[in-house]
Design a protein around this ligand. Structure first.
Ligand code: GLV
Ligand code: MN
Ligand code: MN
Length: 421
């Protein structure tokens, strides 16, 4: 096998194009000095406009849809043919790295650019999607763009509100999208041949194997909870310790219990990523504590059992302190298997590019999980430095970006619909 990182066959032009575009997108942030690009924010809008401009420059039709996705369509030999959809997301976490999601969009654009520049038409159309709501940082539920495409968007989520009280519906309208048109974003199954997503691995496996890319077999399932604990706010100086109903200390014991549970079960991970104490003053006993829980496993039964166990443990802890407890499930995604035929096709493309094919599972969630309700799906992972992600230290090399685009381009050119579709 050739080691692509040592290859001199090209000047890694595709990797350079991708990296330059990623650097441009990196400038679109809602928080100066770091990359934070939440769904339907001003920075998201600027990233959308930048993408629309890139597609326009290539002479490829692109538009913003009702759910806030940017969709470009490159016609095949016959206009109106069913499409292979390729994409990822352009929203980010707070203080993010520039590659999570964005790499997949830029890799797809860079690959399609190669076809367009050569006037190469395939027996199917290609659509490239930049989803806007994968991270789920702004609103309680997530994957709304990919769910809209798959026809599984829940209109009730239009009433959800962000931290500032802005509803999803109003945020969509202000962004220039039509919330009532989201149902029409859903694709007809016979118009979609499959879905491919390129994404950084966000873990250390490829680095440890010395490989630039890998083929994803499955994506872990996830449940997200919003927990509210209500006690009694009071004076920090006057209420004796034994007479308090402190919601925050109750939450603290709950967080430790959640960690203990996840540590005790191989394959299970659980994270409390956000907590808020109310009213939030130095001299007030917290009357209310709100926190999130993110629970994941490749085994849906294990995850479901863990969610029930967390509910029971939190119930007991709250009862012992006479704290009122409310747990709301904000997100639920079953573990998702990539389609074996698409996995084999990507694997063959990796091998044709002179790389050792390695199959691996994804611990992180992806738009692919939502699109799997619509069509056969597959993912290509790209090595990232130290496996670090959701962190400004997230890095990939230009060589690996180049390898990813070349594998994607090869997989597109040789793509054949899964039998039976
Ligand atoms: C997205 O990055 C997720 O897995 O939470
Ligand atoms: Mn991502
Ligand atoms: Mn992410």
């Amino acid at each position: 096998m050739l080691d692509l990182t040592q290859s001199t066959s090209a000047d890694r032009a595709l990797g350079h194009h991708a990296m330059e575009r990623l650097a441009e997108l990196d400038a679109f942030t809602d928080e100066p000095g770091m990359l934070t690009r939440l769904y339907l924010s001003p920075a998201h809008r600027r990233a959308v406009d930048c993408l629309l401009g890139w597609w326009r420059a290539l002479g490829i039709e692109a538009k913003l849809d009702a759910a806030g996705n940017v969709i470009a369509r490159y016609e095949g030999e016959t206009p109106g043919a069913p499409a292979l959809i390729i994409g990822s997301h352009i929203d980010t976490v707070r203080n993010a790295g520039r590659y999570d999601g964005n790499l997949g969009v830029v890799a797809a654009l860079t690959a399609v650019e190669q076809l367009a520049r050569r006037g190469e038409r395939l027996p199917f159309a290609i659509e490239v999607v930049a989803f806007g709501d994968e991270e789920g940082v702004r609103f309680p539920t997530t994957l709304s763009g990919s769910r809209a495409l798959a026809g599984t968007f829940n209109p009730a989520t239009l009433d959800e509100r962000d931290r500032d009280g802005v509803s999803r519906r109003d945020a969509l309208t202000a962004f220039g999208c039509d919330p009532d048109g989201i149902g029409a974003v859903a694709r007809k199954r016979d118009q979609v041949l499959g879905f491919l997503e390129v994404h950084i691995e966000q873990g250390p496996v490829l680095e440890s194997e010395g490989l630039p890319v890998g083929i994803v077999t499955a994506i872990n399932g996830a449940t997200r909870l919003a927990v509210q604990m209500r006690g009694t706010a009071g004076h920090a100086g006057t209420v004796p310790m034994g007479l308090r109903h402190d919601a925050l200390t109750c939450a603290a014991t709950a967080i430790v219990a959640i960690e203990e549970l996840a540590r005790s079960q191989p394959g299970l991970v659980a994270t409390v990523g956000r907590i808020e104490a109310r009213p939030g003053a130095v001299n007030v006993i917290p009357g209310e504590a709100l926190f999130t829980v993110d629970i994941r496993s490749s085994d849906d039964a294990q995850r479901t059992r863990a969610v029930a166990e967390i509910g029971a443990r939190l119930g007991a802890l709250a009862q012992a302190r006479a704290i009122a407890l409310e747990i709301t499930t904000t997100h639920e995604a079953a573990a998702c298997a990539c389609h074996p035929d698409i996995v084999s096709q990507i694997e063959a493309a990796v091998a044709r590019q002179g790389l050792r094919p390695l199959r691996l599972a994804s611990g992180a969630g992806h738009d692919t999980m939502a699109v799997a309700a619509l069509c056969p799906v597959g993912m290509l992972f790209v090595r990232c430095d130290g496996g670090i992600s959701h962190n400004p230290a997230e890095r990939i090399t230009v060589e690996d970006a180049d390898a990813a685009v070349r594998v994607l381009l090869d997989a597109i050119r040789r793509f054949r619909p899964v039998p039976g579709r």
